[in-house]
Design a protein around this ligand. Structure first.
Ligand code: LLP
Length: 474
């Protein structure tokens, strides 16, 4: 039963609000979302139901305006609050593909990559190596070499910045630097600052149980080692404390302790000049979520850095942040087609869609909650029934949304799940040999394919069938 309070007259409550100062991460739908004269959801000037007819289902629909607006808001906020040099870099793990990297690069961002694959994609998108920061707690020699050489498709070779995670990597890099590079390799040191964030709470501890980064207690030794290496240029410190964070206090505290460690480094003789405070700003997945705006978040990290530098008599470092989710999360929706319905009397009604945990593993992995709308009947009364939206995978836990309040749905309806831009495509799989969906970039009525839908042939492209097995089939 649905209470009167839960029942709403129109399904438009989740359309973006035109309130000044709000940022994309505070919206459920992309900024260009509206209802058109056919009562269908339109994003980037494109009717989502028409996109599904044209490009198939399920479909990721990415709105260029929303993505660019989030980039611009980061840039403008730094210009407003930070008098030193600032560089926002995109945590490409959120969604790495050529078109996304190229849009974000054109907005003046640098890039955070964590693997040879992310590095390769970013370089192929035309990003210069010296704008790329390479992460990873277990980088291979091949990945380090790729980062040091970092040639882009135009033949320019600008080595990447390498964010060193541990002692063994530091030693390995020292050897590689001696062999491979005529000039010192720029590195940063990743620290585990003892600030831990869960979505709605955080703790400060002396030691964190984390696989990432150096323990700050032993950092003096690291500084002394790096100082002795002629082929390493240690330009700064890095820390990342968590993701989908709604509080601002943890990053305020982080800036303070990081500047203190930078001062120790400078006092020990290192020429440190960059401070990277990681990513983490949360987004709105449901109406209950209330993250700070991009402007508020940037103001917090900028002010805290400036205050700590003033207190400790340090010059302002080049300030770097690494947003992923808050740049791209709210810019995308996933459109599915509704299939069969199953009613378990007195317990639950299931409606099934044509995707699920393979295109969005977040609900099954983190119990993440999403909102949905029916794109082909936008003015249908919203909370008419409570249904569980199930995926099509052979796994009971493959639930896209548990107990969603939706209009009445029927087979063939287009169900749109909101805020699926971050960590959906990037964590997608082929479980049950289900093809990964296509992705479409929409902008001012134009729809461009940016990722092709996988075909059945794509699914077997890496399979090898030894001839002796073929022989036994016949
Ligand atoms: N920098 C570093 C070093 C990171 O590890 C991450 C995210 C970021 C930046 C970007 O954080 P963001 O601004 O997106 O919060 N798969 C999970 C999220 C894992 C985040 C991992 N690190 C999810 O789907 O929620």
């Amino acid at each position: 039963m649905i209470s009167n309070q839960e029942r709403v007259d129109s399904g438009h409550g989740y359309l973006p609000q035109t309130i000044p100062g709000r940022s994309p991460n505070q919206e459920l739908l992309p900024l260009t979302a509206k209802v058109n004269s056919r009562d269908c959801l339109e994003i980037g000037g494109c009717d989502v139901t028409t996109l599904v007819e044209r490009f198939g289902s399920p479909l990721y629909v990415l709105d260029e305006v929303t993505l660019r607006t989030a980039c611009k808001q980061y840039r403008e906020a730094f210009a407003r609050y930070y008098p030193g040099v600032a560089l926002p870099i995109y945590a490409s793990k959120a969604w790495s593909c050529l078109a996304v990297c190229s849009i974000i690069a054109s907005e003046g961002f640098g890039f955070d990559v964590v693997s040879g694959g992310e590095l390769y994609t970013t370089l192929q998108a035309g990003v210069r190596g010296d704008l790329i920061y390479c992460h990873g707690n277990n980088k291979s020699t091949a990945e380090l070499e790729l980062a040091i050489r970092a040639a882009d498709p135009f033949g320019r070779a600008h080595g990447c910045k390498i964010i060193v995670d541990n002692w063994l990597e530091l030693e390995m890099l020292t050897k590689l630097a001696d062999e491979l590079s005529s000039k010192p390799i720029p590195i940063m040191l990743r620290l585990t600052p003892g600030i831990e964030c869960h979505t709605h709470e955080y703790i400060r501890t002396g030691h964190l149980d984390s696989k990432f980064g150096f323990d700050p207690d032993g950092i003096k030794e690291v500084f002394a080692f790096v100082l002795r290496q002629a082929h390493l240029d240690c330009i700064g410190l890095h820390a990342h404390i968590g993701s989908q964070i709604f509080e601002r206090q943890p990053h305020e505290d982080l800036a303070g302790v990081m500047v203190e460690w930078m001062k120790q480094a400078v006092d020990s003789g290192l020429n440190m000049r960059e401070l990277n405070l990681g990513g983490g700003l949360g987004i709105r997945y449901t109406e209950a979520d209330d993250p700070p705006s991009i402007d508020e978040w940037v103001k917090t990290v900028s002010t805290a850095t400036i205050e700590a530098c003033n207190r400790l008599g340090m010059p302002l470092p080049k300030l770097i942040v690494e947003p992923g989710r808050s740049l791209i999360g709210s810019a995308c929706v996933t459109a599915y087609t509704v299939g069969f319905r199953k009613v378990v009397p007195g317990i639950r009604t299931y409606i099934s869609v044509d995707g699920g945990m393979s295109d969005n593993p977040r609900p099954i992995t983190y119990q993440s909650v999403y909102g949905a709308a029916i794109a082909n009947r936008m003015s249908a009364p919203m909370a008419v029934e409570r249904v569980t939206v199930a995926g099509k995978h052979c796994e009971s836990g493959d639930i896209v949304i548990k107990n969603a309040l939706l209009p009445e749905t029927e087979q063939g309806d287009i169900l749109v799940v909101m805020a699926t831009g971050a960590y959906n495509y990037s964590m997608a799989s082929n479980y049950n040999r289900i093809s990964r969906p296509a992705a479409i970039l929409v902008h001012e009525g134009e729809a461009n394919l940016i990722i092709q839908r996988e075909t059945y042939q794509d699914l077997i492209r890496q399979d090898c069938l030894p001839t002796r097995l073929i022989a036994k089939l016949f």
